[in-house]
Design a protein around this ligand. Structure first.
Ligand code: CAA
Length: 260
């Protein structure tokens, strides 16, 4: 796949996707969003891809937001269409069967913070800065920030960030649960790769069902979520990987998973 604003590398079951508009701090314009859609749709149906790492080009920004120059002249309907496109792309990422790790290498602001939040796991370099500074521009988050930030860090903290527009550093983002780990900036991609390799070495049906159980279960009441988890747990026992995983444990050897 060839893109104007993305770089894609694949190998050993891992796809590393880099948003590549460093001159605009990797800001998301319509073309970049459409390319992300196309790229993730391809990865979704690629059986060779077990984990995706998403990062930004350069050492300054993951993504500094939706592209302000592109949005400046929007009327209300164009803005709504742009926001709908963002939601479509970020929902595709969130619902991807494979886990997606965001390696946040600098500014993750506005649409960039929203993009990181659509990923399953966020690793941040020490230099990362997070925020939803849309109020400084006279707008609100439009790519899912009001929903995902409140779900990740709670209503009070989400309101503080969205209503003040303040930026927070990587350690504060970790403290409030917005990121999973903070790594030295030079080790960020390697750290993301190690985590991706670890996930890729497990039974892939279980990995995907675990992701599904958490994401869908969170939208249900506890009784339904429990029944749903039990269904997916049962489904694991229809796989060769469950037989292999449990036999390998009892035979005190490493499991050789086949992803089925
Ligand atoms: N859109 C378009 N271009 C952007 C951009 C953005 N979101 N962020 C940065 N750039 C561009 C700058 O215009 C600049 O371009 P030129 O060199 O052509 O002037 C280049 O990237 C470098 O940026 P700065 O010179 O501003 O770099 P800095 O180090 O001084 O500041 C920064 C870095 C604090 C991230 C600053 O660029 C900034 O505040 N950017 C905007 C962040 C923002 O408001 N994001 C939210 C956007 S709205 C949104 O995302 C809505 C939504 O939810 C859908």
């Amino acid at each position: 796949m060839e893109f104007n604003n993305l770089l894609l590398e694949t190998g050993e079951g891992i796809a590393t996707l880099t948003i590549n508009r460093p001159k605009a701090l990797n800001a998301l314009n319509e073309e970049t969003l459409k390319e992300l859609h196309c790229c993730f749709a391809g990865l979704r149906s690629d059986p060779a891809i077990k984990v995706v790492i998403l990062t930004g080009a350069g050492d300054k920004a993951f993504v500094a937001g939706a592209d302000i120059a592109a949005m400046q002249g929007f009327d209300a309907l164009a803005a709504r269409e742009f926001a709908r496109l963002g939601h479509e792309v970020f929902n595709l990422i969130e619902k991807l069967p494979q886990p997606v790790i965001a390696a946040v290498n600098g500014f993750a602001l506005g649409g960039g913070c929203e993009l990181a939040m659509a990923c399953d796991i966020r690793l941040a370099g020490e230099n990362a800065r997070f925020g939803q500074p849309e109020v400084n521009l006279g707008v609100i988050p439009g790519f899912g920030g009001t929903l995902r930030l409140a779900r990740l860090v709670g209503k009070g903290r989400a309101k503080e960030l969205i209503l003040t527009g303040d930026l927070i550093d990587a350690q504060e983002a970790r403290r409030i649960g917005l990121v999973n780990q903070v790594l030295p900036s030079g080790d960020l991609l390697e750290g993301a790769r190690k985590m991706a390799q670890k996930i890729a070495s497990k039974g892939q049906v279980a990995v995907r069902l675990g992701k599904e159980a958490i994401d869908n279960g969170l939208e249900m009441d506890q009784d339904r979520a429990g029944r749903y988890e039990a269904e997916l747990f049962g489904l694991c026992f229809a796989t060769a990987d469950q037989k292999e995983g449990m036999s390998a444990f009892l035979e005190k050897r490493a499991a050789q998973f086949q992803g089925r």
